[in-house]
Write a protein that binds this ligand. Structure first.
Ligand SMILES: CC(C)(COP(=O)(O)OP(=O)(O)OC[C@H]1O[C@@H](n2cnc3c(N)ncnc32)[C@H](O)[C@@H]1OP(=O)(O)O)[C@@H](O)C(=O)NCCC(=O)NCCS
Length: 144
């Protein structure tokens, strides 16, 4: 098992995983563009040559980053992979001096809410109709 930065060869696996697990419509170009902003903020977990999960964040300012996506393959959840990816992401943030993290999560996504609460996030507000299917989001934040 290996945690490393996203590489172009991971694009199909990451795109498929994101589209399935996050229930949003993405284009492959989005991932390539986001990677170019901050390659160290786009991290995958690979096991026997297969992508098991990924986390993708962007920097918002010199001290703030935003997690845009985090997904672990179905059947591989609750095994600590999400925690490993998040911790690696935090290490990359720390190297850049980032102290503050934000993210949005579907109100109905109780699993993700419990995950992020375990990681130390708190709900700071709501965003109406944040997702393309009209669902509202909770906005969450954490201090590193
Ligand atoms: C949210 C997600 C990334 C968590 O990844 P994971 O690898 O399953 O999480 P971990 O195994 O590292 O779990 C860490 C902690 O989170 C909490 N947690 C995770 N899944 C949970 C569940 N189904 N029910 C309750 N708590 C849960 C627990 O506190 C867990 O610690 P524990 O197992 O010691 O009790 C994963 O469920 C996923 O990919 N979901 C679909 C995509 C998604 O919703 N992404 C987030 C969008 S913002």
């Amino acid at each position: 098992m290996r945690i490393r930065c996203f590489a172009l060869g991971d694009l199909k696996s990451v795109f498929d995983l994101a589209s399935f697990a996050l229930k949003e419509r993405y284009t492959p170009t989005l991932f390539i563009n986001l990677q170019s902003y901050w390659p160290e903020g786009f991290i995958v977990i690979e096991d026997v040559g297969r992508i098991r999960g990924f986390i993708l964040g962007v920097t918002v300012s010199s001290i703030q980053a935003r997690i845009l996506m985090l997904a672990i393959g179905e059947g591989l959840r609750r095994m600590g992979y999400g925690t490993m990816l998040y911790r690696q992401f935090c290490m990359e943030c720390a190297k850049k001096g980032i102290r503050y993290l934000t993210l949005e999560v579907r109100k109905s996504n109780l699993t993700a809410l419990m995950f992020y609460e375990k990681m130390g996030f708190q709900i700071t507000g709501e965003i109406q109709r944040y997702y393309t299917d009209g669902e509202d989001a909770y906005r969450m934040h954490a201090f590193l």
